[in-house]
Design a binder for this molecule. Structure first.
Ligand code: GLV
Length: 333
């Protein structure tokens, strides 16, 4: 496809992957959609070629949006819409320099993501993967008072790092499980939120040194890369659990493997890894106390449809020159 607008006069939008129909239908009502109709991302050359001359881009967290890509798209590009709440794949300064708004999909995936963080917490604390393997391997011979003992959840202290929408929903679930909640965040939550969720703000080291479970809910930025490093892991309580549903690079995986191997941590549950995908021969997967999922926190039919709709609405607003319903704040340039 060339770089000039289509004869229909409709704006052109490139969608970098097969996405739920709900989003595609909205886009197709108002734009000429070029869909990369695949379950795999376009390779870099294909991506650069397909964005040439488009008016809108609906991309995924697997697509790197940087100066090179924006140059390849050219001056027609009026909006970049990420089908994700996270946007570390997008060079925001590069978009800001070109006056291109960036959209994301907050809100609609909050519950699903908090549910999955809690599912990981329960699965690691109660050793579900090991227990399930035990049955499948036909090793279950009797009820045994000492079999597969895990960690009590009720009455334990949960530490939430990053107290935005998702972190707060995790706190709400924790309350239902009779947990005490501490949090660490850049800014303090309003008092009514703290009261409703029974959450107390503490500094990072206090959180790490106090909590039985630590769950991470921060954006990936230069400041949060390897926030959970060897030092942070050593600060965590012996026998505690780490849960990460944010972005893989927030955790130093080599240091985590050491902390799990030595028994300093009871276990870890990761929905995100560095890199993604994690290969099956990764040292973490050799450890029975590490549960790894393939980045599926928002993977419910309802949530993914809502994300696709949101991403589409951001594209459509950008094409009309209107403020995006969910705009990522861009840095000043
Ligand atoms: C998924 O990781 C997202 O950021 O929405």
């Amino acid at each position: 496809m060339g770089g000039s607008p289509m004869s229909s006069g409709q704006p052109r939008v490139f969608v970098t992957r097969r996405i739920p129909d709900a989003g595609l239908a909205l886009l197709r009502d108002a734009a000429s959609v070029d869909l990369f109709d695949s379950g795999m991302p376009p390779d870099r050359d294909e991506l650069l070629a397909r964005v040439a001359g488009v008016d809108g881009l609906l991309c995924l967290l697997t697509d790197r949006v940087d100066d090179e890509l924006l140059d390849a798209a050219g001056p027609s590009l009026r909006v970049v819409s990420n089908l994700a709440v996270g946007y570390d794949n997008i060079d925001l300064a590069a978009c800001a320099r070109r006056g291109i708004p960036v959209g994301n999909t907050p809100g609609v995936l909050t519950e699903a993501t908090a549910d999955l963080a809690f599912a990981l917490l329960l699965a690691v604390a109660r050793r579900l993967p090991e227990s399930e393997r035990f049955v499948r391997e036909d090793r279950w011979v009797t009820w045994d008072p000492l079999l597969l003992l895990g960690r009590e959840v009720s009455g334990q202290t949960l530490g939430i790092i990053g107290f935005g929408r998702i972190g707060r929903e995790v706190a709400r679930r924790a309350r239902g499980f009779g947990m005490r909640v501490l949090y660490h965040s850049r800014s303090r939550a309003p008092e009514p939120v703290e009261t409703e969720l029974g959450a107390t703000m503490v500094d990072l080291d206090t959180l790490l040194g106090t909590c039985d479970v630590v769950s991470v809910h921060v954006n990936l930025t230069p400041e949060t890369r390897h926030l959970i490093d060897a030092r942070a892991l050593a600060t965590m309580r012996p026998g505690s659990i780490l849960i990460n549903t944010s972005r893989g690079p927030v955790v130093d995986q080599a240091a985590l493997a050491d902390a799990l191997r030595s028994g300093h941590l009871f276990g870890a549950g990761l929905d995100v890894t560095d890199p993604e995908p994690m290969r099956a021969d990764d040292p973490l997967l050799a450890l029975p106390n590490c549960l790894v999922l393939p980045h599926v926190a928002s993977a419910t039919d309802t949530t993914r449809a809502r994300m696709a709709e949101k991403a589409a609405r951001n594209v459509l607003a950008g094409l009309r020159g209107e403020p995006l319903p969910d705009a990522v704040p861009l840095p000043a340039v």
